[in-house]
Design a protein around this ligand. Structure first.
Ligand code: HEM
Ligand SMILES: Cc1cc2nc3c(=O)[nH]c(=O)nc-3n(C[C@H](O)[C@H](O)[C@H](O)COP(=O)(O)O)c2cc1C
Length: 622
């Protein structure tokens, strides 16, 4: 029998330390990582943990498809692994039996593999999901810890919960009667042996002591919507309501698009393509991002993909066949650090589906221009240049999980910790160019000719006016979902000022056919009422981030589809009750903003899902 070509797994297994060399298998191929150990942006320690083994499951969700080709010298690509030759990894040390009153929850049914939670939590059937908040609640309980921490992170959250749950994952008895305390030491929530239903595993709802957590921007994004009230009109014919609209002439079934969020495979094995498909089904637009730059270091942002709905009416009259095509789209913005490649996301689109690309501008401008041109060739309709991330925010919750990961290993060194701490900022700096400035936009716009160009991350009216004066096509008022600068304003709160300033400068075409310069808003949107408030105040459409990836992480494409359907149902009901038969009837006089800058009004479902971060050490056992 001919000898099989490739690397024998037994030889791979022997290369399991710095001294013997470090070989790793990813997707059936063998790589020599010995010399790359100290260069690896994720640190040497995680690689050493998998030395001599197959690391595909760990590797996949956190790297873009081209991470290896872009970063590891070709001489270190050792070739295919001969199938079935790699010895099984040593069995993990069994966890000690839980003490009688231990409460466990699990990964069961969540999208991604590599569960770090013990068994138990069973997701409710999709029919029981009634709002976007529900997806978030299920995600919090069922996603693996790394995915949840990355998705839910704000800029400067304290990371105690990450620490607790990591410990929880490894050490069930830790959970014997775990009790949460607020920073004021007040008892909030007990887990006792008889608990087990979701609602018993709750987080403190009360807003913590001032200054105890730092992700004000994320919470304020949502809270601002609670301070705008409606002024409904009556006795209008609302037998049928139409909430479709258009963005630069691209029809969309509602004034909502799926915004760019990186690393979809942290939540679901199929990643962002679930968003693309669901957006197509519901005729909304998705923004995609390129692999080169992402929200995480080292990734390119791919923007957008849009969705289309095509209604074709064909009349055949004699020889002439007249085809009228009405395209209705749901937009999805693809993030830079997508787990799926840009082409995968574009390939997943339905014919005619409109897509937007979200772009991080690379220090290597040629690379960015190449991405833009490729996007144009592939039919992307708009470029959303992210301008609020010259450096990635320090997402402490996310970081804490990594430190905890280190603590589990004997091989952790102070140097590794330092590298890891520095990792994101260091790695990202070569992908997101902090020197980007107004003068660079002409070059990008030139490369994007034919596509609309929008700045994503505008946070005051002056910059919105500058964007319009430079001939750009719109702005997204956004603080990156509260993941960048803490105390960045809620986009909703600045919307009226931006609209007024743009109007005064003659930059806004009258509605409903605006089209000249569009204003988008994202951050904290969880209900159709939120969207209607933003539209009434002058937004063309609203981007939704976390709820989409939570619905994807918990129920896959079906979940995203349900989330979009929930929004549509909410639109229909709310527009009737508001007295607005069409989206163009949702006008400024339908909202009362007098409380917009007043103290926050809480929303219990949001607060319930919001995961409060506490300083190190604030945890207790009964
Ligand atoms: C085979 C060659 C590999 C290359 C070229 C590579 C490259 C990279 C790059 C460029 C980054 C920075 C981008 C990012 O943070 O996502 C990174 C981060 C990371 N890598 Fe790798 N990697 C490799 C293998 C692995 C393996 C085998 C593992 C785990 C078993 C791993 C775990 C990580 C972790 C945990 C991070 C940090 C991600 C974060 O900041 O959240 N890498 N890697
Ligand atoms: C997990 C995650 C990843 C993100 N990745 C990106 C990204 O790669 N590029 C980008 O411009 N914005 C990114 N964002 C910001 C979103 O596009 C959007 O501004 C924000 O999520 C809106 O807030 P929301 O999540 O409350 O809806 C990300 C947000 C999250 C939650």
């Amino acid at each position: 029998m001919a000898q099989q070509k490739g690397v024998d797994g037994k030889v791979v297994a022997e290369h399991n330390s710095r001294e013997k060399g470090v070989w790793i298998v990813i997707h059936g191929k063998v790589y020599d990582m010995t010399d790359f150990l100290d260069e690896h942006p994720g640190g040497a320690e995680i690689i050493l943990k998998y030395a001599g083994m197959d690391a595909t499951e760990e590797y996949d969700p956190i790297h873009p498809p081209d991470a290896i080709t872009d970063n590891l010298d070709p001489s270190k690509h050792l070739g295919p692994l001969i199938p079935n030759t790699l010895p099984a990894p040593p069995a993990p040390t069994p966890a000690p039996a839980p003490a009688p009153n231990t409460v466990t929850i699990s990964q069961k049914g969540a999208g991604a593999g590599n569960s770090d939670r013990p068994e138990e939590y069973v997701k409710p059937p999709l029919e029981e999901i009634l709002s976007l908040h529900d997806f978030e609640a299920v995600a919090r309980r069922s996603m693996n810890r790394r995915g949840w921490n990355y998705y839910s992170s704000s800029e400067t959250m304290k990371a105690e919960f990450g620490e607790i749950v990591t410990e929880f994952g490894r050490c069930p008895e830790f959970w014997q009667g775990l009790e949460w305390f607020s920073v004021r030491g007040q008892r909030r929530n007990k887990l006792t042996r008889n608990s087990g239903a979701d609602d018993e595993i709750t987080m403190p709802v009360e807003v913590p002591a001032e200054g105890s957590i730092a992700d004000h921007a994320q919470r304020e994004n949502h809270n601002a919507y609670h301070r705008v009230w409606f002024r409904p009109r009556i006795l209008r014919n609302v037998k049928s309501v139409d909430f479709s609209t258009s963005i630069w002439g691209h029809a969309t079934s509602m004034p909502v698009y799926i915004t760019a969020t990186a690393l979809g495979k942290l939540g679901h094995p199929e990643g962002e393509v679930c968003l693309t498909r669901a957006a197509a089904k519901h005729d909304i637009i998705q923004m995609t991002h390129d692999q080169g730059d992402s929200d995480l270091p080292d990734m390119a942002v791919i923007v957008v993909s849009v969705v289309e709905v095509v209604v074709v009416v064909v009349f055949v009259i004699e020889i002439v066949r007249m085809v009228i095509v009405v395209v209705v789209e749901v937009i999805v913005v693809i993030p830079t650090l997508a787990s799926c490649s840009f082409d995968e996301m574009v390939d997943a689109a339905s014919p005619g589906q409109v897509q937007f690309l979200q772009l991080y501008v690379n220090a290597d401008r040629a690379r960015t221009i190449k991405i833009i041109k490729h996007a144009k060739e592939r039919g992307v309709k708009a470029l959303f240049v992210t301008v609020d991330a010259p450096q990635l925010g320090r997402r402490e919750k996310d970081m804490r999980t990594k430190f905890e990961g280190n603590a589990s290993s004997q091989q952790t060194s102070g140097k590794d910790n330092f590298r890891r701490d520095q990792g994101a900022a260091r790695a990202i700096s070569s992908f997101i160019d902090p020197s980007l400035n107004w003068d660079d936009l002409a070059e990008l716009a030139d490369a994007a000719k034919g596509m609309k160009v929008v700045l994503k991350g505008v946070q005051c009216w002056e910059d919105a006016v500058m964007a319009a004066e430079r001939g750009l096509d719109g702005v997204v008022l956004s603080n990156h979902g509260g993941r960048q600068l803490d105390f960045a304003p809620s986009p909703l709160a600045i919307l009226p000022g931006v609209v007024a300033a743009l109007r005064a400068g003659g930059h806004l075409a009258p509605r409903p056919d605006r089209g000249k310069f569009e204003i988008f808003v994202d951050g904290g949107v969880r209900r159709a009422t939120d969207v209607l408030k933003a539209v009434a105040l002058g937004a063309t459409a609203v981007g939704i981030g976390r709820p989409m990836i939570y619905s994807m992480s918990t129920y896959g494409e079906e979940g995203v589809s349900k989330a979009l359907q929930i929004l549509k149902d909410e639109f229909e009901m709310n527009m009737r009750l508001l007295g607005a038969p069409t989206i163009h009837d949702v006008v400024p006089s339908m909202v009362d903003t007098s409380a917009l800058h007043a103290p926050a009004v809480g929303g219990t479902m949001y607060q319930e899902n919001y995961e409060q971060m506490m300083p190190v050490g604030v945890k207790a056992r009964l």
